[in-house]
Design a protein around this ligand. Structure first.
Ligand code: SF4
Length: 415
């Protein structure tokens, strides 16, 4: 009979990195034991292996040994003139190894979500903003403005863990005021409204700057069809607040093509609020270990994303080293994908060589030249990852035994 164990784990599947997850597992399968949030349980359990999972390396369609698959990858890398490494989510040690490989083979390196990152970074570099941590929001925020559309789907326990936690050091649940600014799904609004004083301000994402200018000044022209009572409620709450917080996830703004303007208006508003109260920002980063990639890249190269190894040094260019684009436009001949966290199908370009280092449930639009199965951090492999607020790294400890290497081990052997 299989031995059943329980284990406390840190969940690596969104940037909150909740460290209170209890799983029941044998060596192969696991189930979440203690979460009420079904979305999270689903996200975590989705990485259980099934009949389609790939546990052995493949060269084309043929099963191979790990050694042969790594040797084949090395041959492809050697034959390549222009190589791109695309990070689709990996822990600190794996990113470190990927950057080492980037340097050794003069490759281009990028994270799949880097396009979302620039809107926040432009503000940091040009005008500056005041950021905070998850714990500060949990313990101090009395008025919270959440801007966006899909943020609750991206970080499903934001409400339970941060907005309305069971315990908070300085602020009672009943005293918190939450404003949802944007077009949120009905189910998300309903769920959060069960908790406390929540006001939904249903406007289009593009209208956020106009909304902000309306609440900043009583004399603005109201073209947004928002009642004076709602606008006054926001103004009054902010005037009385001791620790106001703006939360957003920049990927929610991307399709509007106005991310920079929207984020700029939020961050300026928060800076201005500091003239009479304390106010801060909490941008939520992407779910594919975006913060981890940015942090490690910055330590090792000085650049957060989109850089290239050039004979021992690194060069950065937002356009030239955009690896997603390089792949799409056939501007590289070999692509290396690192995918330990995503279940999205990877779109490969059939005109170039493709090496995929991925967890066993990785799917691709076509058969890669080489596929090497690797462990999921926090499930099959140990490691650490950065939380969205970039101030905490959480340890991930493995519990499943699939007899596959970590992505770090594979990347180290490719050098
Ligand atoms: S909120 Fe995120 S980190 Fe927390 S359990 Fe859900 S998916 Fe995992």
């Amino acid at each position: 009979m299989k031995k059943i164990n329980t284990k406390e784990i840190t969940c690596p599947f969104c940037s909150l990195l909740c460290d209170d997850i209890n799983v029941i597992h044998d060596d192969k399968r696991y189930n979440v034991h203690n979460l009420k949030n079904k979305e999270c349980s689903k996200k975590i359990e989705a990485f259980n292996i099934n009949k389609k999972s790939i546990l052995l390396p493949k060269i084309g369609n043929k099963i191979s040994t790990f050694k042969d698959a790594i040797n084949k990858s090395k041959l492809l890398i050697k034959a390549g003139n222009e190589i791109g490494i695309l990070n689709l989510g990996a822990d600190v040690a794996s990113v470190r190894s990927a950057i080492n490989l980037t340097s050794q083979i003069n490759a281009n390196f990028d994270h799949i979500n880097s396009k979302y990152f620039f809107s926040n970074m432009n503000i940091v570099q040009r005008t500056g903003y005041i950021a905070t941590t998850l714990m500060e929001v949990k313990n101090r925020s009395d008025v919270i403005l959440i801007f966006g559309t899909k943020i609750f789907g991206k970080v499903p326990r934001l409400t339970e863990k941060i907005l309305f936690p069971k315990s908070s050091l300085y602020i009672k649940k009943s005293k918190k005021k939450i404003f949802l600014v944007g077009q949120f799904p009905e189910k998300d609004i309903k769920k959060i409204k069960n908790n406390s004083q929540v006001t939904n301000i249903n406007i289009k994402i593009e209208q956020i700057p106009e909304f902000i200018s309306l609440i900043s000044s009583k004399n603005g022209i109201n073209n947004l069809n928002l009642s004076d009572s709602i606008l006054n409620k926001v103004r009054l709450s902010l005037n009385k607040s001791k620790y106001a917080t703006a939360i957003w996830s920049s990927s929610d703004f991307f399709k509007s093509h106005a991310s920079q303007t929207i984020i700029g208006s939020i961050t300026k508003f928060i800076c201005d609020l500091n003239n009479h109260t304390r106010a801060v920002c909490l941008p939520i980063s992407g779910n594919l270990a975006d913060s981890t990639s940015i942090q490690v890249s910055t330590w090792l190269t000085g650049f957060p994303v989109r850089f290239k190894g050039v004979n021992g040094i690194f060069k950065h260019d937002r356009e030239a080293y955009d690896v997603t684009n390089l792949i799409l436009n056939n501007q590289i001949d070999t692509a290396i994908y690192i995918n330990t966290l995503s279940l999205e199908k990877i779109q490969l370009n059939k005109k170039i060589k493709n090496i995929v280092i991925g967890h066993p449930k990785t799917t691709c639009s076509l058969t890669p030249d080489v596929f090497i199965p690797v462990g999921v951090p926090g499930v099959d492999a140990g490691g650490i990852m950065f939380r969205t607020d970039n101030v905490v790294t959480l340890p991930l400890s493995p519990f499943r035994k699939l007899n596959i290497p970590s992505s770090q081990q594979v990347l180290d052997k490719m050098v």
